[in-house]
Design a protein around this ligand. Structure first.
Ligand code: NAG
Ligand code: NAG
Ligand code: NAG
Ligand code: NAG
Ligand code: NAG
Ligand code: NAG
Ligand code: NAG
Ligand code: NAG
Length: 292
């Protein structure tokens, strides 16, 4: 579970990810999840493997940095961003403004609400993934598979819910909205939480609150029973990208078999000659770093 950090220059509205694979034979079943910070602020990703009693990983990602997480065969877990962390104080509570998962950089608990979560269940062939707003929202999250067959659509957001949060759900620090609670978390009612009389698919329907989340993040689950339509099935994906503060239409590039492939979220090629120099400039330092 080693993390490989690298800094990439941040480019307006575009992310360039270079995944340099050595044929993929040595690690035929393992997948690299590349985690990218497109936010203007530092984030501290938290990673929890399901069924691991909330013992997890964590690290620091400055703006524009990326890191890769080696997910073992059949890995199932969640990844999110913590914001506003300070691990130097000796208070064991409220280490981070959002997504807090314990007193130190490696998580020892689930991420505190409100938090946007990328969820994965990786299989030998078929993977399932989604972005969940069931626990609320802290930063936009985008999940994109590389080289999959099947649906494999990009999960996540087109905007920032912090700017569209109904005031009764907003969490603020220094006058700024830092998170948006889910209606279930805030009002704790059967209707919003899909419990009691609302505990089945036919009776628990979208609320005006969940609809406002869905508008900003169309490819995410916005309430407990929204998952069925929001969980994406993808087969044969080689790797994944999880980007914080990125929207679904942003360009991502992968580098495999000595070829650069820049594909837009909906599958259309977005590769232009004018980008070539820029891409090579960015690709070379990482290629060198990866080779040695
Ligand atoms: C994941 O990516 C890192 C850095 O790009 C690379 O060093 C590593 O070999 C990759 N791991 C797998 C399992 O492909
Ligand atoms: C520790 O927590 C208390 C109460 O939550 C707070 O008043 C105090 O400022 C905190 N101290 C530090 C060093 O963060
Ligand atoms: C907590 O921080 C205070 C002030 O920074 C220090 O005096 C104290 O020894 C620390 N306590 C522990 C248990 O680290
Ligand atoms: C966090 O856990 C990883 C292993 O998963 C370990 O390599 C790293 O040193 C830990 N970091 C800290 C600050 O404890
Ligand atoms: C992506 O979508 C957002 C919101 O829908 C829009 O503001 C932005 O201009 C788009 N970016 C690109 C590169 O198309
Ligand atoms: C949602 O509906 C409730 C009650 O019907 C209302 O009080 C609230 O203002 C509405 N919120 C939004 C964001 O429209
Ligand atoms: C892919 O899956 C998503 C989420 O389930 C769905 O909204 C979309 O329509 C699917 N696309 C295709 C082409 O089947
Ligand atoms: C997505 O694909 C459609 C055609 O399928 C195209 O019209 C549209 O411009 C594409 N969007 C982006 C952001 O490339």
């Amino acid at each position: 579970m080693a993390h490989h950090h690298s800094t990439t220059p941040q480019i307006l509205f575009s992310i360039f990810i270079f995944i340099i694979a050595s044929g993929g034979k040595m690690y035929a079943s393992a997948k690299n999840i590349t985690i990218v910070n497109v936010c203007k602020e530092t984030v501290w990703p938290g990673i929890i493997t399901h069924g691991n009693n909330y013992r997890g990983d964590g690290f620091t990602l400055k703006p524009g940095q990326s890191a890769s997480y080696g997910a073992t065969d059949g890995w199932s877990g969640r990844i999110w961003a913590r914001t506003g962390c300070n691990f130097n104080n000796n208070n064991s509570t409220s280490t981070c403004q959002t997504g807090n998962c314990g007193p130190s950089v490696n998580c020892t608990g689930p991420g505190d609400k409100p938090v946007t979560i990328a969820e994965f269940t990786l299989g030998a062939d078929i993977d399932y993934y989604d972005v969940s707003l069931v626990d609320g929202f802290n930063v936009p999250v985008m999940v994109k598979p590389i080289s999959g067959k099947g649906n494999c659509s990009t999960a996540g957001c087109d905007g920032d819910m912090r700017q569209k949060c109904p005031s009764e759900l907003a969490i603020k620090a220094n006058e700024q909205v830092i998170g948006c609670r889910s209606a279930c978390d805030k009002f704790n009612s059967d209707e919003y939480c899909c419990t009691g009389a609302y505990g089945d698919l036919t009776s628990c329907l979208p609320s005006n609150y969940s609809k406002s989340f869905k508008q900003v993040c169309p490819a995410a689950s916005s309430y407990a029973f929204d998952g069925r339509t929001s969980i994406i099935t993808c087969s044969g994906a080689q790797d994944y990208i999880v980007a914080f503060c990125a929207s679904r239409n942003q360009t991502v590039c992968s580098y495999r078999d000595n070829k650069l492939d820049c594909t837009q979220s909906n599958g259309s090629k977005a590769f232009s000659q004018s980008w070539l120099k820029l891409l090579l400039m960015l690709a070379l330092p990482l290629a060198i770093q990866t080779l040695f």
